[in-house]
Ligand binder design. Structure first.
Ligand code: 5GP
Length: 239
């Protein structure tokens, strides 16, 4: 289905967002890859289509599995059509294995140690402050969300983790960790939003990253694109 053009209302490092009606948006995934809070940035032709297709695939799968998501459809290229929400400015991270910023704050654990149970973390969405780890109580005091909403966010995040871990495991892949964002719709219901792709998840195939960690570790755009293409072909996503 072709998507109507809209008014640009937001531009981030990896996406542009267009308003197409009072309650619908288009998210356009850029052909750019960034790391280290934007300090490393390169052009990556074809990347937007890969991350849009991955997001569409995972969001569609979650929707069909009973998770309320913002996803409407994918245009077959770099854009997905989504419901407009009031976004909660919190990044929710779910971890199955110790890695990344977890290891930096808890160096007593070895990378890729499996947790006894998944961890759910909250980070303030603020690049200038490097998305600091925050407490549920901080979120409530700052009136970013209520206690009930935080409890629902946590239970939906754990359900998403279960669904995605199983899906990826059926393809021989390991879900190390990922980031979610949530919003609230006009009826006050909590909705899973934003992106789910190699840019927002760590996925291992026989110990090899099929995600942006490759680029964060100094790998080239070509290596990253090959890894994202491998992920797509494993998941059966034809472009
Ligand atoms: P960490 O906190 O270890 O850096 O990241 C944990 C997980 O969340 C990783 O899968 C990472 O890709 C994702 N993540 C954390 N923060 C961000 C962010 O600001 N942007 C994106 N795209 N992903 C993030």
């Amino acid at each position: 289905m072709s998507l109507r053009e809209g008014r640009l209302i937001y531009e981030g490092k990896a996406k542009r967002v267009y308003l197409i009606s009072n309650d619908e948006l288009i998210m356009e995934f850029k052909d750019e890859v960034t790391a280290l809070d934007g300090a490393r940035k390169e052009h990556a032709p074809g990347k937007g289509k890969l991350t849009a297709s991955q997001t569409a695939f995972f969001m569609d799968y979650l929707t069909k599995s009973g998770i309320r998501t913002h996803f409407i459809n994918w245009d077959g290229d770099r854009r997905i059509h989504v419901r407009r929400l009031r976004m909660i400015p919190v990044e929710v991270i779910v971890r199955n294995y110790a890695y990344g910023s977890f290891i930096r704050r808890m160096p007593l654990m070895k990378p890729l140690t499996r947790f006894t149970a998944p961890l759910v973390e909250f980070h303030l969405k603020n690049d200038g402050l490097h998305d600091p780890l925050i407490l549920p109580e901080d979120i409530i005091e700052a009136e970013l969300a209520s206690m009930e909403q935080i409890m629902e966010v946590k239970s939906v995040a754990l359900k998403v983790n279960q669904l995605l871990s199983e899906l990826l495991s059926n393809h021989g892949l390991i879900l190390v960790d990922f980031k979610l964002e949530f919003g609230v719709n006009g009826n006050g219901a909590l909705v899973l939003a934003d992106e789910l792709s190699g840019d927002t998840m760590r996925i291992l195939m026989n110990g090899k990253h099929l995600d942006k960690e490759l680029f964060r570790m100094g790998g080239s755009v070509k290596e990253l694109m090959e890894a994202y293409s491998t992920l797509n072909s494993i998941l059966g996503l034809s472009l």
